[in-house]
Design a protein around this ligand. Structure first.
Ligand code: EPZ
Length: 444
């Protein structure tokens, strides 16, 4: 793997970015749809797939299990599980891709067995998998641990429908059990489910291919199991709301006129609402968002945020929003309720000149506005990595962002799209390194 870094020459508070930026397909939407290949008897075609590292890793994992993976166009991928028979998730790849856990449901439902490693620790928090293991047991499976892997076996070779109440709303657990329910015997009722657009998008697509799912978009879903589905029409990946949210925040901070294209503003209502209440002028259409003007003459106002399951404030936009809040007047509170490690990056913002007090791992207070100075930073995860890029863009002087691999996992060639709107950013190789098995960073 080539190690690379970004070098950014900051704007030092000037608002000179302008033009148009296009949003790619959503990482967190495309990964579960890729995993759903095990529910299909024929070829699954995915359009608007983002060209990102996580999609490459998931493709490798599927290929390793016998799925054929093909490329039909620049962002068009084809998958077929016709020849797949291996219910074992490769440990090295799975540990690099937390989202690999979504495969457990469809693989177990299809083959009656799945084995997989614990997805491992992660910089954003503990990332437990208890909901998965408890849910499989409720569906009649036996869970054991062997040679560092979980081995889950459905009694009689087939999962049976069950009623599962999730004690916390989980995006990937909801997706996993929707897919498990599609091939299980009888009815599966899922309560307290996540209703993120990535979850409802997966369920809608499965329904369009013959799955029987009720209650999509509500807190209780009912799935009636049946046979393998037929991929009657291609799946078109929904726009990445997290990427659109980052561009919106960047526009508010550093542009007088920025058009964000190919996005769905209805997935970003809370972010738009909060930025507007801070004084950002935003226009929205069916598939675009425009950031306009200089902002109020007295500057943007402080707003407080609390991350929450959809449609609340996304934990994945907390880091860039925190950067925004360093530039507004007054005191803003950030309450990160989902993951306990997701405010650690604020220590680096302090080194850049931000005034941030951490009360506990879940809460910080930001006093602003404070100008930021360029620094060398190490992106700890995908979302904080891009937040550092935004901080580097608005700072005075040069910033170096290491660990670009993290950013590439979730954002397709981000520097090219940033250059096109006026950002002075370069991708520079650091050195060639050889990644030892299992040593690569885990992803979302
Ligand atoms: C998904 O992760 C996303 N990943 C994350 O995106 C996102 O931050 C997160 O949802 C929250 O929106 C994908 O969709 C691939 P959760 P997921 O299970 O499903 C607890 C990114 O940067 N929990 O919804 O793993 C958990 O600890 C990322 O793209 C259990 O307690 O998150 C957390 O507090 C990172 N037991 C809460 O649920 C379990 O078995 C919600 O997390 C599972 C989760």
């Amino acid at each position: 793997m080539a190690k690379e870094k970004f070098i950014i020459n900051g704007l030092g508070g000037e608002k000179t970015l302008k033009g148009e930026v296009s949003v790619r397909g959503s990482k967190n939407a495309v990964l579960p749809v890729m995993a759903s290949v095990f529910l299909f008897k024929d070829t699954l075609t995915i359009k608007n797939a983002p060209l990102i590292e996580d999609v490459a890793r998931m493709s490798e994992l599927l290929e390793d299990m016998g799925v054929s993976v093909g490329k039909k166009g620049e962002r068009v991928l084809e998958f077929s599980s016709k020849k797949a028979s291996d219910p074992e998730l490769d440990s090295v790849i799975s540990k690099r891709l937390r989202a690999s856990v979504i495969l457990t449901g469809p693989v177990l439902a299809r083959f009656g067995k799945v084995s997989f490693p614990h997805p491992g620790g992660c910089v954003i928090g503990a990332r437990p998998i208890d909901l998965f293991l408890e849910g499989f047991k409720k569906m009649g499976a036996n869970v054991s641990e062997r040679e560092g892997k979980y081995v889950v076996t459905a009694t009689g070779g087939k999962l049976v429908g069950a009623e599962i109440f999730f004690k916390v709303q989980s995006v990937t657990a909801t997706e996993t059990f929707i897919m498990a329910g599609v091939l299980a015997k009888g009815k599966t009722v899922l309560k307290n489910v996540a209703i993120e657009p990535e979850v409802t998008g997966l369920a809608d697509y499965l329904v369009s291919c013959g799955a029987k799912i009720k209650g999509i978009g509500t807190s209780t879903m009912e799935i009636t199991g049946g046979g393998l589905l037929s991929a009657k029409k291609p799946y078109t990946t929904i726009p990445d709301r997290l990427e659109a949210g980052c561009f919106l925040i960047l526009g508010a901070l550093a542009a007088k006129d920025l058009l964000i294209k190919n996005c769905d503003p209805s997935h970003l209502e809370i972010v738009i609402e909060l930025l507007r209440s801070s004084g950002v002028e935003i226009e929205t259409g069916k598939n675009f968002i425009k950031v306009k003007g200089d902002g109020p003459s007295e500057g943007f106002k402080a707003v407080s945020i609390k991350t929450h399951e959809y449609p609340g404030f996304p934990t994945d936009i907390q880091a860039p929003m925190t950067v925004f809040l360093t530039q507004v007047g007054g005191e803003s509170l950030v309450f990160e309720t989902i993951f306990e490690g997701r405010l650690n990056f604020t220590q680096d913002l302090v080194k850049m000149g931000a005034n941030i007090t951490m009360f506990d791992p879940h809460r910080v207070m930001i006093k602003g506005p404070t100008p930021l100075k360029g620094k060398e930073l190490e992106g700890p995860d995908i979302r904080a990595g891009l937040a550092f890029v935004i901080a580097g863009i608005i700072a005075k002087g040069e910033s170096v962002i290491n660990n670009v691999y993290y950013i590439d996992r979730g954002y397709e060639k981000i520097e090219e799209r940033l250059q096109a709107i006026g950002v002075d950013i370069r991708r520079v190789p650091v050195e060639e390194i050889v990644v030892a098995p299992g040593a690569a960073p885990e992803t979302a």
